[in-house]
Design a protein around this ligand. Structure first.
Ligand code: MG
Length: 190
């Protein structure tokens, strides 16, 4: 793992988490109800660990199912309310959940690997992206992170195994971990 260690990081301006496959299970590629939204068993413990490294959590999630109709906006909002409520109970510093609701692709688009959601967070909350961290389970998460100069952690949960080779080949992950909990321990125990 030597090459992937995040050296000399003490505190991040913000940590950006992908949602599906990163903090919750992603069995079908989209989630359209509270019943389908299930945290990984270790997620809240892992998030608590990460909260020692920043005062700003964001969730950045591609939800193109809103455009195709497989995800309904009211259901997404219910899930967002649940996440905010759970994070609040755990005293986790979640500032905002950003979602990309279309399939539009391009460098500046909202949809990852576009950087739109990150730029909005940067301006809304005065975040220094170059001192921030992106955590996700897809190639797009890592590429978006690198495009704005963030540190990146790639997880093998969710769609991680599918993208692992590509992420390694392009060297766009600073750290590769089995899951969110091992990632949190790897970073906080330094
Ligand atoms: Mg994901």
């Amino acid at each position: 793992m030597g090459n992937y260690r995040l050296d000399r990081i003490i505190k991040f301006d913000a940590i950006f988490f992908d949602r599906d496959g990163t903090i919750n299970e992603d069995l079908f590629g989209y989630i359209n109800s509270l019943e389908e939204f299930k945290y990984f068993s270790f997620s809240l413990e892992a998030l608590k660990n990460f909260s020692s490294l920043t005062d700003n959590f964001f969730i950045v999630t591609n939800q193109s199912g809103l455009e195709t109709g497989v995800v309904k906006l009211e259901n997404l909002e219910l899930i967002n309310q649940k996440i905010f409520s759970d994070f609040k109970k755990m005293k986790l510093p979640l500032k905002k959940i950003y979602y990309a609701n279309s399939y539009k692709e391009g460098f500046d688009e909202m949809r990852k690997p576009g950087i739109g959601m990150f730029n909005i967070a940067k301006s809304e909350f005065d975040i220094n992206l170059e001192n921030s961290l992106m955590i996700g389970d897809t190639y797009s998460d890592m590429l978006a992170g690198k495009r704005v100069g963030m540190k990146t952690i790639f997880l093998r949960t969710g769609f991680g195994e599918r993208y692992l080779a590509q992420v390694k080949a392009e060297n766009i992950a600073d750290l590769i971990c089995d899951n969110l909990l091992t990632a949190s321990l790897e970073v906080i125990l330094k």
